[in-house]
Design a protein around this ligand. Structure first.
Ligand SMILES: Cc1cc2nc3c(=O)[nH]c(=O)nc-3n(C[C@H](O)[C@H](O)[C@H](O)COP(=O)(O)OP(=O)(O)OC[C@H]3O[C@@H](n4cnc5c(N)ncnc54)[C@H](O)[C@@H]3O)c2cc1C
Length: 287
């Protein structure tokens, strides 16, 4: 099937893109195109105009800001997976990006496209949740910064308003923290049957610990009961195993032709334990 007809524009400046969205209701941003072009071909989605963001230089690159990092919307999964700083300080993000599809998919698919699409079996949402990302957007109404906990509203739904573009995603510094992403792939298409991201840090002895699931819940989300169980205690392997069991019992996982809810619940506990253990190994828990 072919897509319905649409116009195409590839502006070089952000203000030109914003003007195009203001002038054309229903226009959509085009990033890597690995989800949007498929949806256009199956006519799940239609748009009078695609605004290709690739030529806008301000939307590219990974930079340090305020001790954290700022990732441009058009940064690809390959760039994230290969970046030294991301690997050292934001390992869950590097590992989630490396787990996305295959080499061809990673070369094109972008962080912003992945988050904006919010596919139930996507990988990067869980990493963004545990690394406390802040999603910066701009539209005809001005700029907004959306904390990641408010961004994902449901399967393929986000807080983005029509015509708003993600410009960059900030990942705050977390000194001494360690993070990891574990994924069980669908052997047929590579998407996550279940993926778990975890971040633990020095605070984990009595403070913060973040755990989030992609793929298995209707929409990616944090596992609050697991987080609070881990946060109350200094971390040992047996305490991590006990907390991870809550990932199996406390949540309603989805069921589809690829896996039952029971299977996904089991995977969530196993992957949760592995992700938290690896995150703890990377963290400076004495800090
Ligand atoms: C064979 C295959 C395997 C895949 N495997 C995986 C996998 O294992 N894990 C996984 O997570 N994903 C997987 N994907 C999905 C892939 O990562 C997608 O490309 C990604 O989810 C969307 O990113 P994109 O840059 O291609 O965005 P596009 O397809 O260009 O856009 C997706 C949506 O986001 C919107 N959008 C894009 N950029 C912006 C922006 N800056 N601001 C606002 N809205 C924006 C678009 O309008 C569109 O609605 C796979 C895809 C394919 C084709």
């Amino acid at each position: 099937m072919n897509s319905a007809n649409f116009e195409y524009a590839a502006p070089q400046q952000l203000h030109e893109a914003i003007a195009l969205f203001s002038r054309t209701p229903g226009a959509l941003p085009l990033a890597g195109g690995h989800s949007l072009l498929l949806d256009l071909r199956t006519r799940t989605v239609s748009a009078p105009l695609l605004v290709d963001l690739r030529r806008i230089k301000d939307l590219h690159g990974i930079h340090t800001v305020d001790s954290g990092i700022r990732v441009g919307a058009m940064t690809t999964c390959r760039e994230l997976a290969e970046n030294r700083l991301v690997n050292e300080r934001y390992s869950a993000l590097a590992e989630a990006a490396a787990a996305n599809g295959d080499a061809q998919v990673r070369a094109r698919s972008t962080l912003a496209g992945n988050l904006a699409y919010n596919h139930p079996a996507g990988d990067l949402q869980a990493a963004a949740l545990v690394l406390r990302a802040v999603i910066h957007v701009v539209g005809s109404g001005g700029e907004r910064a959306i904390p990641v906990d408010s961004f994902f509203l449901g399967p393929q739904r986000t807080d983005l308003a029509a015509g708003e573009i993600i410009t960059h995603i900030d990942f705050p510094a977390a000194p001494g923290a360690g993070s990891a992403y574990e994924k069980f792939k669908n052997p047929a298409n590579g998407y996550a049957i279940c993926g778990v991201a975890a971040r633990v840090g020095p605070e984990a002895k009595g403070g913060e610990c973040y755990v989030a699931v992609s793929g298995a819940l209707p929409s990616p989300g944090r596992l609050a009961s697991v987080e609070s169980q881990l946060a109350q205690k200094s971390l040992t392997a047996s305490k991590i195993a006990k907390a991870a069991k809550l990932a199996e019992t406390d949540y309603d996982y989805r069921s589809d032709l690829h896996a039952s809810a029971e299977y996904r619940a089991h995977l969530a506990a196993v992957l949760c334990e592995r992700a938290v253990l690896r995150a703890a190994e990377r963290a400076d828990l004495s800090g």
